[in-house]
Design a protein around this ligand. Sequence first.
Ligand code: NI
Length: 199
Amino acid sequence: MLRLLALAALMLIGIAPLFAQTQSARSAADLMDAVMWNREPIGGPFALIDHNGKPRTNEDFRGKIMLIYFGFTYCPDVCPTDLQNIGLALDELGEAAGKIQPLFITLDPARDTPEHLKDYVPMFHPRLIGLTGDAAAIHSAAAAYRAYYAQVPLKGDDYTVDHSSFIYLVGADGKYLGFFPPGTPPDRLTEALRRYVAP
Ligand code: NI
């Protein structure tokens, strides 16, 4: 009996994380609360693959201000709008934008392969880097930033991804600075970012 219980426990430990990895372990409200009221440290290490197939970690971007957005390329509305706003704000900043590295981390790694990201990210800004990885790596990156995501089934085998859409700002030293809410217009992004890139 004990042996059976131990086996059952092992199976649970082995299987549960696999299920959890396709979506946040915590609720959308819980994670929103953590970000919006700064209740928990936000950010942390990540190890992903960029849209050229090259392994990338957070350490690669030390010395740059990171502007991080989590989303997915099949997002019909919110992601393209926010990514476009980020691109326009960086254009508006001109040369100073060189101090900023915009990153798009997919929450749908099954569909957003490096090849697919390569077709998508340049539409928004030539320096935008798309990042993907296996489900566990994406889960870990999203958890570090308290980004919520969950697959929502559509008709047939299709699905969409419900997700939070904060635009995270991380200093050149790797320390989290804060976030912009979803839908922040480009001129506001530009003005707010200007103080971080001032010489
Ligand atoms: Ni989206």
